[in-house]
Design a protein around this ligand. Structure first.
Ligand SMILES: Nc1nc2c(ncn2[C@@H]2O[C@H](COP(=O)(O)OP(=O)(O)OP(=O)(O)O)[C@@H](O)[C@H]2O)c(=O)[nH]1
Ligand SMILES: [Mg+2]
Length: 300
């Protein structure tokens, strides 16, 4: 609903849930709500048309005259993650842009821990033929270049470098793109997980736009889509990896211009990958300090 009076659009009071609008347009609860055994009896209000334009909506049309709630979910919004919700034509465009720059800078500043003397984190892209490995590199490269590039083509076994778009300085990670696995090579996802045991694995669910129509139209829906959620759950069970390691992505494929939400999802994914590389290095450092492993002499 559009805001009619921004001075009352949202405010927080310690003794009640978030309040929207004077009057109140939406106030979920004012003190503890108790589970009756079959529902929560809300003690809040829904009276649209005060600080928000009701646009024909009434209390009844929104909550069907009932204050009995089957489930209550409370979200803590950290940082700017909620901004991924923004769609292109909203007034959040400016903030979305700031969020993108912030994420991009974070990745540009990334450095593996100096104690290990590892100059760059290396990320191996493994997957079946046509999974989207090369496109993933091209998508990341496009984000940093500032335009759509297809620098990588289908050559096998290349260690790609990503560079800062102003200084052309190499960032401190590399993507190793290898030829896709064919069904007759005798290696499936399980085999690959077994082979890579001990190395942190992030599973990228590429082509998410083909799985979920809503996300295909508006990628900001990807974290709210039941279809995506089910797909993540399924792969988590099949591969025995936590759901947080299974990330839906959408690569640039036919686009000719960058899109905010594709850029942001790509950077969030990359950040997860680099965090995972860091986790591995922290474990490695612990083992060196415990005398269980020797420091490797890794050169550029
Ligand atoms: N719709 C859609 N198509 C994609 C996506 N990612 C890749 N593609 C398309 O999938 C096809 C294969 O992508 P590649 O990046 O070449 O796949 P690959 O894993 O590198 O394949 P190999 O190098 O042969 O192992 C191309 O036509 C891409 O345009 C995506 O996220 N969405
Ligand atoms: Mg390829």
């Amino acid at each position: 609903m559009p805001v009619a009076d921004s001075s009352y659009s949202i405010y927080d009071i310690a003794s009640q849930g978030p309040s929207f609008g004077s009057g109140h347009d939406l106030l979920e609860f004012t003190s503890t709500v108790v589970w009756s055994g079959t529902y929560f009896q809300s003690n809040g209000y829904v009276t649209p048309g005060n600080a928000y334009s009701a646009n024909g909506e009434t209390s009844d049309s929104i909550i069907s005259g009932s204050k009995q709630l089957k489930e209550i979910e409370v979200y803590l919004v950290e940082g700017n993650t909620i901004l991924i919700l923004a769609s292109y034509n909203t007034s959040l465009d400016g903030q979305l842009c700031m969020y993108f720059e912030e994420l991009k800078e974070k990745v540009e500043r990334y450095k593996p821990m100096k104690e290990l003397k590892v100059p760059q984190a290396r990320v191996l892209l493994v997957g079946q033929v046509g999974a989207g490995k090369t496109s993933f590199f091209n998508t990341i490269n496009s984000v940093f270049r500032g335009y759509i590039t297809r620098q990588a083509c289908s050559v096998s076994n290349v260690m790609y470098q990503i560079r800062n778009s102003v200084s052309w300085k190499a960032l401190n990670f590399r993507l190793h793109d290898i030829r896709g696995l064919e069904a007759d090579q005798g290696m499936d996802a399980h085999g690959m997980c077994y082979l890579l045991d001990g190395i942190p694995q992030i599973v990228l669910l590429t082509k998410i736009d083909k799985v979920c129509e809503a996300s295909s139209e508006d990628l900001s829906q990807v974290f709210f889509s039941p279809v995506v959620q089910e797909t993540v759950d399924r792969f988590s069970q099949i591969l025995g990896l936590p759901r947080s390691n299974i990330l839906p992505i959408k690569n640039y494929e036919s686009e000719i211009e960058l899109q905010d939400n594709v850029n942001i999802l790509t950077l969030l994914t990359l950040q997860q990958i680099l965090n995972s590389a860091d986790d591995y290095m922290f474990n490695y450092l612990d083992q060196i300090e415990d005398g269980k492993l020797q420091q490797l002499n890794i050169r550029e």
